[in-house]
Ligand binder design. Structure first.
Ligand SMILES: Nc1nc2c(c(=O)[nH]1)N[C@H]1C(S)=C(S)[C@@H](COP(=O)(O)O)O[C@H]1N2
Ligand SMILES: [Mo]
Length: 213
């Protein structure tokens, strides 16, 4: 399927769900599998049909917007930051979930402390090397399980899963986790990302089934 047709199909699906009066289901908060999700043991790949290959000596991660210290990390500088490993579950809005993903990388809070966002900063906008983007309220980024991951299961994140570095926000649907991440921008007003302009939710909490908005 071509990139355009794939995007149109996903967009139509979102519109159909909304038109048919899609309503989140109630679920006990103790259940591990969010409502409407199915467990998978594989690791499906979802992308726009583009897997940008970034030589590590050309890779940068830019942190900008409403921050005291705008920064652009080289790969070397980025990997010299404190590293954390976290085990988390992965929930895709297309209804598959994968348990126990082991991600290693730099905690979002570490980048937050370095960049020092101004008090007006309330939203985060991520861009990627494949042209993807996504937006997340800042509060959802400040949990200690939110990472810029460079390793999966101890190995470098593969190109298909978003290497050299991708965002992981376990408590939100996986489309909020920008693969091939290129920049992190702190904003006072929300700016809709790639799927969000096509009907996806601006927060995306799987426990509340915030799929479409
Ligand atoms: N740069 C980029 N990031 C992206 C995407 C994408 O197409 N491009 N797809 C998103 C979607 S819809 C999902 S479900 C997850 C899928 O991650 P995976 O391919 O590692 O399973 O990445 C998210 N991040
Ligand atoms: Mo997705």
């Amino acid at each position: 399927m071509s990139k355009e047709r794939y995007i149109q199909a996903k967009q139509r699906w979102a519109e159909k769900q909304l038109a048919s009066g899609f309503k989140p289901r109630e679920v006990a908060a103790t259940d591990r599998l969010p409502p409407g999700q199915k467990l998978t043991t594989g690791f499906p790949v979802l992308d726009l049909g583009v897997r940008p290959e970034i030589p590590l000596n050309e890779w940068t991660l830019t942190i900008d917007g409403l921050v005291e210290n705008p920064t652009a990390f080289s790969w070397e500088q980025f990997n010299a930051l404190p590293q954390v490993t976290d085990l988390s579950d992965f929930h895709c809005v297309t209804t598959w979930s994968k348990y126990d993903c082991q991600w290693t990388g730099v905690a979002f809070t570490t980048l937050f402390e370095i960049a020092q966002p101004k008090p007006e900063a309330k939203f985060v906008y991520f861009t990627s090397y494949d042209g993807y983007s996504t937006n997340v309220p800042l509060t959802n980024c400040l949990d200690d399980d939110v990472l810029v991951a460079t390793r999966f299961g101890g190995e470098p994140v593969s190109l298909e899963h978003g290497g050299p570095a991708r965002i992981i926000i376990p408590k939100l649907y996986a489309w909020k986790g920008a693969k091939f991440v290129k920049s992190i921008t702190f904003l006072a007003e929300d700016r809709l990302g790639f799927w969000e302009v096509r009907g996806y939710h601006y927060v995306g909490d799987p426990w509340k089934e915030e799929r479409y908005a």
